[in-house]
Design a protein around this ligand. Sequence first.
Ligand SMILES: [Zn+2]
Length: 370
Amino acid sequence: MTMKTGYVYHELFGWHDTGTNAGFFPSDPAKGLQPFLNYENAETKKRIHELIVVSGLIDHLHRIPARHATDDELLLVHPQSYLTNLKKISEQRLGGDAGDGETPLAKGGYEIGTMAVGAVTALAQSIMSGEVDNGYALVRPPGHHAIRSGGMGYCLFSNLGIALSVIKRDNPGIRIATVDWDVHHGNGTQDVFYNDPNVLTISLHQDRLYPRNSGMRSEIGEGAGINTNLNIPLPAGTGNGGYQYAFEHVVAPAIKKFNPDLIAVASGFDSCVYDPLGRMMLTANGYAKLTEILMSVSKNNKLMIAHEGGYNAVYSPFCGLFVLQQLSGVKKLDDPFDHTENYPGQALFEHQKFEVDEAAKLLSALPDNR
Ligand SMILES: [Zn+2]
């Protein structure tokens, strides 16, 4: 079925400058850390966009203009003190860091960050208004690690947290489910909605990768939001078989039971087989399959996807293209790297099944809104 699929991207996202680094770390000759690129750099996202254009898929997508988020929107999640401080840092000639020493920004980074928030918000609003059925916001910097009090792990603002807070403000009583398939725990989105009974937050991630000791199954929400946070930590090495099993046995049943009006995905391609930071094995077809499962359980097709991590500049573009091909129902290219589909590690293994089955036990306490 052909869908009207929205797409948001702006060249300014490529101008967010994370500086020279030795991968994760600031370069430091005394420690032997030679200056090189930050893992989080513009290339991966630029190349996802360029493949969408060069493949011709762009002609089948509905372009939604990016815009800056307003202060009113940012303040739905972050305190004024953080915005004031970050703006000051962003005005410095050499920029600075958003708080944890791992979230660099150069001069003007604040405004690029507010455009990432605004782009995700614009997509969410276009889906809610019915202008498009579903869609993808290809943004940078990412957002899913930023907590209410400030930036963290490459993320200046909670892009998705703010966008969904705007939707909640404008649509009282709406129920939303978020699904985070980035290889790292979606701790920030969890933090924003931890007490919220109307937002189900689900994160699948490599067990205890980042943040350290975060994303355990025991984190189930609190207060009014108890039992509406689901973490599915997966063993390193999980491939298409393990992810599909988790989606079929935990994610899809949870969404059916919670019965949301909108599904929002935090989309990292760092769970892919070639990622330098993650140790998972998803392929482009694997990501398309997960998208298909979410489409099959989404009410009125309302499915939005916001870009997060993904650090292999050659393969991530195919993951992005395949997700958008699935969303739109238009197929332009095959995956040139599809030999990875036949790796023996793509099967579901017993130790992976055990972890998913443990997470499935949390479903019984999830509120039933059917
Ligand atoms: Zn990530």
